[in-house]
Each structure stands twice: as C-alpha cells, then as structure tokens.
Design a protein around this ligand. Structure first.
Ligand SMILES: *[C@@H]1O[C@H](CO)[C@@H](O)[C@H](O)[C@H]1NC(C)=O
Ligand SMILES: *[C@@H]1O[C@H](CO)[C@@H](O)[C@H](O)[C@H]1NC(C)=O
Ligand SMILES: *[C@@H]1O[C@H](CO)[C@@H](O)[C@H](O)[C@H]1NC(C)=O
Ligand SMILES: *[C@@H]1O[C@H](CO)[C@@H](O)[C@H](O)[C@H]1NC(C)=O
Length: 401
C-alpha cells in the first residue's frame, strides 16, 4: 500500500533528520503506472538567441510539467545517451535526483558511492552515477550526479524524483563520502552556463484529466506571461527546520473572521506535497470553524465537509510578504469526480486542508503544497534566497469537470 506519497510526496528529509518528524500516512488507491521503469511499483523570458560559436543558450528554459493523478507534478527527464526518459516528480522539498530501473549507457559513470535518502514518506537507496541529464532538447546537463534506485518505497506511479531543493539537503546521503554536497541539476545548469540564475518559476493549475500537462517549469528565470500583477517576494525563513528547505514565514493566516496564525510563523513551500498542511492545532481550528467536518473515514486523511457546510466555507488567507494569498472555496475542495483517486467515498465532499501531524512551534507549522500552488505562480530564487508568489488566471477559477 502506498502511503500518502502523493499527499506529502517527498517532503524530503535528508537521512537522519527525519526521526523527530511525525508522519501522516494516507493510503491512496493504486495509481496506474505510466510507462515507467519502476517495476513492481513500490513505489522565459524566452531563450536568448545565442548562436555565437554554436554555444548553448543561457536564457531561461521553459519545460512542461504534468499533473499526474491529481496529486503530483511530474516532468519527463532524459538520462544517458541515447537518453532513456523517466517521469520524475518535481520536488522542491528534496534535492537529489534519482531514477528507478536506471538504463546505463556510454555516458554513465559510477561514482563508487552508495546513496540513501529518507523522505517524509518513502525512501530510496542505491548507487550514485554521473550521467547526462536532458531536461529539454537544448537543455542538456552533463556530469550530473544521479541515484540509481535499487530499493525504494512509496514512489508509486512515477520513476523517481528531480530534486530542486537546496543543495544542503544532499549532505549525508552518500557513503562513504557522507559529508559531500551533491550539486543539484540547478547548480550544474548554472555552472555549465545553461542558465544565468538559479531561479525556478513554477506554474501549476487545477487538473481536469488524470495526466494533465497543464504545468510549466521555467529553469533559470520566470515567465512573465504566466502570472498577473506583481510578484511578491519573501525571504527564505531563518527558522529551522523550515530554513533547510524552501521555507518562508507566513505572517498571518485567517479563515473568514477567524485568525488561525496571528504572528510570523515558518513553514515550507513544497511542490512535492499534494495537500496544504497545517500544524495540528491550526488544523483543529479549521475543523472547528467548519460545522460537521471530520477527518475522512477509512483513513484517507482528508477532511470531509458536509455538503450543507460547503456554502459556509470562508476564504483561507495567507499573508506572505505583506500580501494576501487566498484559497477560496473551490481551492479548498477536491472535485467530487476525483474522489476515487484518493480512496475517497463517492458522494462525500473532501477538502485539501490536511493536518501536518505535529503541533505548531516546531519551526515547520505549515506546508504549502500543490493544491495551493495550483492557484498561484511561485518563484524559487536561490541566488537571492527568496520565494515569490503571484496571482494567475487560476487563482479564483472554479473546476469544470
Ligand atoms: C563531475 O562532477 C564532479 C563533482 O560533482 C567532479 O568531481 C568531476 O571532476 C566531474 N567530472 C567531469 C568529467 O567533469
Ligand atoms: C520569520 O519569523 C521569525 C519568527 O517566527 C522571525 O524571527 C524571523 O526574523 C522572520 N523572518 C525570517 C526571514 O526568518
Ligand atoms: C481574504 O482574501 C479575499 C480575496 O483576496 C478577500 O476578498 C477577503 O477580504 C480576505 N479576507 C480577510 C479576512 O482578509
Ligand atoms: C470504507 O470502509 C468500509 C468498512 O471497511 C467499507 O465497507 C467501504 O467500502 C470503505 N470505503 C472505501 C471508499 O474504501
């Protein structure tokens, strides 16, 4: 049984750091595999014209991302030469890139290191290689360190992860070279002149089909066509452990007239988490404010909201960098026709606000996951240590099945 992965998929904690973290396990119905290499299923600014001397371009690269099974975003990544293609989860909550059933080619160079990574849910272990990684036809990273996952758990439906979190999270994942930092795809793309800034722009959107290529990743910059208004930036938080990830402070969280979080509180922004997680005490306030709501039967982990209460749902407003980013009613609900994907019961109204599995005050009081990010453009800016948010056409859109 896969646990939550999709829900919390891959908030990644480098080996050894996970012990103090409570896990939330949410069984999901089995995903179909997607032409994958995991057998057995454990689980622009536009390119600058730079034809000078035939050198590769170094402007931002825009690449599609797919919403798979309504619960995770994947992107197709080639490894080796000729490249074998893998569907990898795009994960800002971890920093290693690994694939299952790795196809070795002439460009595969073993590093002699073993690799072992534990995630919030799941793990993988295997051998480390250098290889050529193709993110797009004109965006090819050479000598990228990748893991060949020989053992893994809880990565159903996908072929591995492309980790775009901070490089520090890679420390402690190799052996014997336990202190080594493993350059991420972003680090190598910069070093190899493929991009000029370690910036990742992410557009997600509510999915309308099982495998919906409705997302856009921009490596090395932002795509101004994908958002409206201004981008509001906030610095990466200083509060640990959120600071190890793409962590930010939320300065206020309100739900209608209720104030859940009255002061600056740290959490993370994580493409690898499906839901929007709140510390248990904040989540309890959300439950209390929603008459009749209860945690889903059969341990789906999702909140069930009585249909009679749907009309009373209030905006859940996060204040980030002085601006309000609101999740309206539609943003807080799972469309009824997607229930089966979560192991939910037909006819029940499930919500996307879930519990973090620990009380507040531990330096990671929320996780802004995919269901929030489907409503806003998000910019992960490693050079300036900040995260940006902007409105999109999907911010207040409603779902039309
Ligand atoms: C590949 O990268 C590693 C560091 O990640 C470096 O030690 C090694 O020299 C590089 N090899 C080549 C051929 O560039
Ligand atoms: C974030 O909030 C904490 C208080 O929780 C505060 O100490 C810190 O200065 C704030 N800003 C940053 C960038 O961490
Ligand atoms: C929450 O955000 C919505 C949308 O921006 C806004 O209309 C509403 O006034 C906000 N509520 C509070 C309490 O700030
Ligand atoms: C929930 O559990 C009950 C009792 O085990 C079972 O009859 C029902 O089919 C389950 N519902 C779902 C959606 O799995």
């Amino acid at each position: 049984m896969r646990s939550l992965s999709t829900l919390l998929f891959a908030i990644l904690i480098a080996a050894g750091r996970s012990t103090s973290w409570a896990l939330v396990n949410i069984p999901l119905t089995k995903l179909e595999r997607t032409g994958s290499y995991f057998q057995g299923s454990l689980h622009a600014d536009r390119d600058r014209a730079s034809s000078l001397k035939g050198r590769p371009t170094s402007g931002p690269r825009t690449i599609p991302a797919s919403n798979l099974a309504y619960t995770q975003y994947t992107t197709s990544v080639g490894v080796g030469s000729p490249a074998a293609y893998y569907n990898l989860v795009v994960d800002t909550g971890s920093s290693k890139t690994f694939v299952g059933s790795y196809v070795r080619t002439s460009t595969s160079v073993p590093t002699g290191q073993d690799v072992n990574v534990s995630y919030w849910t799941g793990f993988f272990s295997g051998s480390e290689y250098y290889d050529t990684v193709t993110l797009a036809a004109d965006f090819v990273i050479t000598n990228q360190s990748i893991g060949d996952a020989l053992q893994y758990a809880d990565f159903g439906g996908v072929d591995g992860i492309i980790g775009v979190g901070p490089v520090d999270l890679t420390q402690g994942t190799l052996s014997p070279d336990a202190n080594a930092l493993i350059p991420t795809v972003m680090n190598n793309a910069l070093k190899q002149g493929l991009i000029k800034k370690q910036t990742l722009g992410v557009l997600f959107a509510p999915a309308t089909t099982y495998n919906d290529t409705n997302g856009v990743l921009t490596y090395g910059g932002i795509d101004h066509a994908l958002y409206t208004g201004e981008i509001t930036y906030t610095p990466v938080t200083k509060i640990l452990p959120a600071a190890q990830f793409w962590g930010i402070n939320v300065t206020c969280l309100t739900y209608g007239t209720h104030t859940f979080i009255p002061q600056s509180t740290a959490g993370i922004v994580d493409t690898g988490t499906t839901a929007v997680l709140l510390a248990d005490d904040f989540f309890a306030m959300y439950l209390d404010a929603t008459p009749g709501a209860y945690l889903g039967a059969n341990n789906t982990g999702f909140i069930v909201i009585l249909s009679s209460s749907v009309a009373d749902i209030q905006p859940l407003n996060f204040t980030i960098g002085g601006c309000v980013f609101s999740m309206d009613t539609a943003a807080q609900l799972i469309p009824l026709d997607q229930n089966a994907m979560f192991g939910g019961e037909t006819g029940l109204q499930y919500g996307v606000i879930a519990t973090r599995g620990a009380d507040s005050g531990r330096g990671l009081d929320f996780a802004i996951g995919q269901k929030f990010m489907e409503r806003y453009y998000v910019v992960f800016d490693a050079d300036d240590h900040r995260v940006g948010f902007a409105y999109t056409d999907h911010t207040f859109s409603t779902y039309l099945p």
